[in-house]
Write a protein that binds this ligand. Structure first.
Ligand SMILES: [Zn+2]
Length: 462
């Protein structure tokens, strides 16, 4: 064994003391949480089959924020929200207020929705899917305006809480997500890819306490479909982690689970069980060896046009209004109103892609909409299974995002869901290539910028 001189021990203690006092690589972190449970009965999001507003509250739902300041002083905020999703208009409003009130640029605010199907409708996401009366719409408007204020508030609170921190990353696994396309009657022959990984970002304070844990999973939050308000399994997973770790805030980030359901489902017991299973998977990661995550945190946010198939004409839509009933009729009316307002239906959607590069240790890719699992598998294969986290349901939820495979197979995620979303028709085949190319570009750009933003001292230390 090599002899260690007393001088070396003193030096080691100094290094450890500095790391604990200032946070590794100079991180500072702040975390905050606010309840966003509606105060009156309200229409619940996600299913077209519900016939009335919500009943009792089974579980409080929340908006949570994690602010991270890197060694250059740049502040970035991740916001996780127990809602099905918000539209571009509302997401933009939150980002604009985060800029006005806290000086956070668009690329440094990332919203993620748990996609609970037992939370309130907010804004007009999936509006044609719901048979709401005028009085129900009024309640949704009241709730939406309140919840926007709460989301902005929690962002501000997280920034106020900034203090020295240490970041680590690891991944586990959990198995309850099932590719739902192949379990539908007559579709057993389809391939059934899933992403069962459970990415975990742990945030420890200077005192060594676990302050926040951000964790992900790629699956729909659709165990429950009744009238009780709750966060479904992501809500129970967060609750379970916070019970096990008093004083810690657990934030859930949804992965590319657009074509995955938790199966079997439809009981509160199952929703709680999947929540506990996921919390257990996260705990295994926390108890194991996690990799340190350094800075700086370099960010990018861009929109790229993804093309729709040829939209229906006004005449065709008018015929549909006469011919159809229910959501198909509401969809045709919704599109006609859009033509009235804007002159025509759009031929593409300005799709937002956001990339956060944490030093050389972690890449968090935020994809908008309901993204099928192929994107997660492809992007992680391209950029690294151990260091890449692909989030979906980020920033705005406006449609399903099929891969080329799913587009060709058709079905709900490939085409049918556009009705509920009030979009004119399915996307066209280049959609996957357009998104993947833009992600590649932003990953390269943030990677290069991260290297150039490192301070000379650190570069030498490498
Ligand atoms: Zn969905």
């Amino acid at each position: 064994m090599k002899r260690v001189s007393p001088g070396t021990i003193v030096l080691l203690l100094l290094v450890v003391g500095t790391a604990a006092g200032q946070g590794q690589s100079g991180w500072r972190a702040g975390v905050a949480s606010v309840p966003i449970t509606p105060k009156e009965p309200i229409w619940l999001a996600g299913y077209g089959s519900r016939e009335r507003p919500s009943g009792e509250v089974l579980q409080e739902i929340h908006a949570k924020a994690l602010a991270l300041e890197d060694e250059t002083g740049a502040v970035t905020v991740l916001v996780t929200i127990d809602l099905l999703g918000l539209s571009r208009r509302l997401s933009d409003q939150i980002a604009e207020r985060a800029w006005q009130e806290f000086g956070l640029s668009r690329d440094r605010v990332g919203l993620n929705f748990s996609h609970t199907h037992s939370g309130p409708v907010a804004g007009d996401v999936l509006r044609p899917a719901y048979p709401m009366e005028r009085e129900h719409v009024r309640v949704v408007r009241r709730y939406t305006s309140w919840v926007l204020d709460e989301i902005v508030k929690v962002i501000g609170q997280s920034v106020e809480q900034l203090s020295p921190a240490r970041l680590t990353f690891g991944q586990g696994s959990a198995g309850f997500a099932v590719n739902r396309r192949r379990v539908r009657t007559g579709k057993r022959h389809l391939p059934g890819p899933v992403d069962h990984d459970v990415p975990v970002l742990a945030v420890h304070g200077a005192d060594g306490e676990l302050r926040a844990v951000v964790f992900g999973y790629a699956c729909h939050a659709t165990v429950l479909s009744g009238y009780q308000i709750n966060g479904d399994w992501p809500g129970f997973a967060q609750e379970s982690l916070q019970e096990k770790h008093p004083g810690t805030t657990a934030l859930f980030v949804t992965g590319c689970g657009a074509d995955a359901n938790p199966l079997p489902r439809r009981s509160v017991d199952l929703a709680r069980s999947y929540g506990r299973i996921l919390a257990f998977a996260v705990d295994l990661v926390l108890d194991g060896e996690m990799a340190p995550v350094g800075g700086p945190l370099t960010t990018a946010f861009e929109r790229v046009a993804i093309p729709f198939s040829k939209p229906p004409s006004r005449l065709e839509l008018e015929a549909r209004v006469r011919r159809e009933t229910g959501s198909r009729q509401r969809h045709a009316r919704f599109l006609l109103e859009r033509i009235e307002r804007e002159g025509r239906l759009p031929d593409s959607y300005p799709y937002p892609i956001q990339v956060w590069q944490f030093g050389e240790d972690l890449t968090l890719i935020h994809l908008a909409g309901e993204v099928v699992v192929d994107y997660s598998l492809r992007l992680r294969e391209a950029h690294g299974w151990d260091t890449v986290w692909v989030a979906s349901y980020s920033n705005e939820v406006f449609a399903y995002i099929p891969s080329l495979r799913v587009l060709k197979e058709g079905g709900y995620e490939g085409a049918g869901a556009m009705v509920g979303y009030g979009q004119s028709g399915p996307f066209r085949a280049p959609v996957e290539e357009i998104i993947v190319e833009k992600v590649d570009e932003l990953v390269k750009r943030t990677g290069a910028a991260t290297t150039s933003r490192r301070t000379p001292k650190e570069t030498i230390a490498q």
